[in-house]
Design a protein around this ligand. Structure first.
Ligand code: TRP
Length: 462
């Protein structure tokens, strides 16, 4: 391996590098594929009437998602540190304004905030997976009233905290083991399992559900149901599902070996992520439409109430329910890893601290913050009100509608305007027309799209 005299400052981060392009793809796809694909995507698709939403979402992935994702990987690999320190280094090198440090700081803030509610919801999937397992081996009785089980679960802080705790402990145990023995091992092990489970679910849904109704719901555009809100929600979804705007992909990029070509690699990740969302959508709606009494527009309860009711009455439903909720749990785990890694990496770098201790500390802080989300479904439902929303609603809004788009905007602008052209061109191994295309997207198109989301959010909130 030669690095010639290219101005590469550092070729590896202190945390190590991925073994290969393949393990990076698995880890980054693990980050991308999560609750956003299997829980959020189907229910927002349902809320905005199906196919038209999906069209805008796909266009947003191409025009906003891909260029920003390339920018994150390029910046991360150039800086070879956690997002905040990477930004400090790049700002020094380009002698640019310290305002760009916001990218780094918001990465830490978003990391804590997103992790704090993500682990709680991930805990729900764990609870359902274990519950179905109990039923499958005959340890637990079947559910008669799905709605009642769900409400009872949500109104019990003790239960929510139990599963939240389990989830944080598992996540931090992986993170504490470091890049190679933790992140890489866990994702290379879990991602194939995830794809297999998804495939099994798809086959089952085609055999036992109503695939024709599902396909027409998802792919026959009904533009009337969309509206401005739908368009903006689709852009936001594209961002969230690709893990963009908070440095998660940036830190994974910092661990990417030299020589791996970024554009095609990022393309594979976005493609896999989109495929998972579409397949999960087809499977879920196929199952739901097989039961005329169930509605696809039921919001966040779609998995836990609507889908669960279907599993109750379907042949082999208990086993499929178990498989399904394990699938969502695994997807959530590999995502949560990437939400806390930028923060853990930063503390390790900044204070030269041991990964184990940092993981424990970050885990405790995330857990404590998570209590806010836990209580927003029960004790604090009417007390913990922020800007007219529950604590969870507020966090979800703040991160998805403000912090992530703002982070993505700054990342696109910094990579597109501030970084020297040669550096980004070398990082992306693009030249000529291809580079120009990326540049136009990063300088103009993505910022314009993101700004539209931010401005609209601002005015509709006021
Ligand atoms: N993309 C993940 C999902 O779809 C969530 C996620 C992981 C994320 N890392 C992120 C979202 C960083 C925003 C930023 O569930």
């Amino acid at each position: 391996m030669t690095h010639g005299n290219a101005p590469i400052e550092q070729t590896a981060s202190r945390h190590g590098t991925w073994r290969s392009r393949g393990t990076f793809i698995l880890a980054a796809t693990g980050s991308a594929v999560g609750l956003g694909n299997i829980w959020r995507f189907p229910y927002v698709t349902g809320e905005y009437g199906g196919s038209a939403f999906i069209v805008v979402y796909l266009v947003s992935v191409l025009l906003l998602g891909l260029p920003v994702m390339m920018a994150e990987v390029a910046l991360g690999r150039e800086g070879r540190h956690s997002p905040l320190i990477t930004m400090q280094k790049l700002i020094e090198r380009t002698r640019s304004h310290r305002i760009w440090l916001l990218i780094g700081w918001s990465s830490l803030l978003s990391g804590f905030l997103i992790a704090s509610y993500y682990e709680v919801i991930a805990g729900w999937t764990l609870r359902y997976a274990l519950d179905y397992s109990g039923q499958a081996i005959g340890l637990l009785p079947g559910t008669t009233d799905v709605q009642q089980v769900w409400s009872a679960f949500l109104s019990s802080p003790g239960q929510l905290i139990l599963f939240q705790t389990l989830f944080v402990v598992i996540t931090m145990a992986v993170i504490a083991r470091g890049l190679k023995r933790g992140l890489e091992k866990a994702t290379t092990l879990m991602m194939p399992v995830l794809f297999l489970m998804l495939l099994a679910l798809l086959v089952y849904s085609l055999l036992e559900g109503d695939p024709a109704a599902s396909l027409s719901y998802m792919f026959k555009p009904d533009w009337s149901a969309l509206g401005v809100n739908g368009v903006l929600a689709a852009m936001g979804q594209a961002f969230f599902t690709l893990s963009l705007g908070m440095g998660a992909i940036m830190v994974y990029g910092a661990y990417l070996p030299e020589g791996v070509k970024v554009p095609s690699t990022v393309g594979v990740i976005a493609l896999l992520d989109t495929l998972v969302a579409i397949i999960a959508g087809i499977a879920l709606f196929s199952i739901i439409f097989a039961h005329p009494e169930l509605q696809p527009e039921s919001g966040p309860g779609l998995l836990f109430i609507t889908l669960s009711s279907a599993f109750e009455v379907m042949p082999g439903g208990v086993l499929i329910g178990m498989l399904f909720f394990f699938l969502v749990g695994v997807a959530a785990l590999t995502s949560l890893l990437s939400i806390v890694e930028p923060t853990v990496a930063w503390v390790v770098e900044k204070y030269n601290a041991s990964r184990l201790r940092v993981s424990i500390t970050v885990g405790v802080v995330v857990w404590l913050l998570g209590l806010g989300t836990v209580f927003s479904f029960n004790l604090g439902e009417d007390v913990l009100i922020f800007f007219g929303q529950t604590f969870f609603g507020f966090l979800d809004y703040l991160t998805n509608n403000i912090l992530l788009p703002a982070g993505g905007l700054l990342i696109a602008l910094f990579a597109g305007w501030i970084m020297p052209r040669e550096v980004i061109a070398r990082q992306l191994s693009l030249e000529g027309r291809a580079f120009l295309t990326w540049q136009i997207l990063a300088r103009w198109i993505a910022p314009a799209g993101i700004l539209a989301v931010l401005v609209y959010t601002w005015f509709s909130a006021g």
